[in-house]
Design a protein around this ligand. Structure first.
Ligand code: 13P
Length: 251
């Protein structure tokens, strides 16, 4: 049985005061949520204060990126051990914005995935196709290449301590959510691909959907058999909306 998981990816948004009220709102509303794991991934600088506020609450926190190196002369970067030092549980790796805007390759994403696990973090591995790739009927090939790079480097068993997020690039921040059927088809494909390496791991790994998830469309997405929750961008910046999405994951 896979426990539903809803994580907020705040991206480069927020301030100390916004983060404080957002986290306090989540804490106030979380008692009636039911059995769903909830997490937030703030920008690096807000992690210490979010960690202080969420400590002991059952709500997890994590980062949006890490450098694969352990420490040293890597100006501007943050390592997994630094994130672990602030009790981060999760770290997003391979988000499409990082792939597209910062040139992250499948190999670099695989290195980040392994570095996160080396440092005791649970990577949230993002995969997904662009609109042109979908229209060119390349969705499965693109997702397979993204996933296989990690499976080849790290081995299928590492997926036990990881989360996958399917985020079609064309659905991110656009309001164009994948239909539940479109999302389910790719989630099932991802699970099959992992089952080809290890059936037990495939059955237990959580696969989240991300891309314009809102309170109004979350329930039908999360009702799909292979969708185990969501990675939420814009709608995670308001506590009421985010909590409503979390609630939709328990129905
Ligand atoms: P939106 O929910 O804003 O579309 O963003 C999704 C996303 O990229 C989460 O990582």
């Amino acid at each position: 049985m896979r426990r539903p998981f809803v994580a907020g990816n705040w991206k480069m948004n927020g301030s100390r005061s916004h983060a404080a009220s957002l986290v306090d709102g989540i804490l106030e509303g979380k008692s009636d949520l039911g059995d769903v794991e909830v997490g937030v991934c703030p920008p690096f600088v807000l992690i210490p204060m979010v960690a202080d506020r969420l400590a002991g609450s059952g709500v997890a926190w994590g980062a949006q990126n890490l450098d694969p190196n352990e420490s040293g002369a890597f100006t501007g970067e943050v390592s997994g051990s630094m994130l672990a030092d602030f009790d981060c549980r999760y770290c997003i790796v391979g988000h499409s914005e990082r792939r597209a805007l910062y040139g992250e390759t499948n190999d670099l994403v695989a290195a980040k995935f392994q570095a996160a696990q080396r440092d005791g973090l649970v990577p949230i591995l993002c995969v997904g196709e662009t609109l042109a790739q979908r229209e060119g009927d390349e969705t499965e090939a693109v997702v397979a290449a993204q996933l296989n790079a990690v499976l080849d480097a790290a081995g299928p068993k590492t997926m036990v301590e990881a989360v996958i997020a399917y985020e079609p690039v064309w659905a991110i921040g656009t309001g164009m959510t994948a239909t539940p059927e479109q999302a389910q088809a790719v989630h099932a494909y991802i699970r099959e691909l992992i089952a080809g390496r290890d059936a037990d791991v495939a059955g237990s790994v959580r696969i989240l959907y991300g891309g314009s998830v809102k309170a109004g469309n979350a329930a039908e997405l999360f009702a799909q058999p292979d969708i185990d929750g969501g990675l939420i961008g814009g709608a995670s910046l308001q506590s009421d909306e985010f909590l409503a999405i979390c609630r939709a994951a328990c129905q």
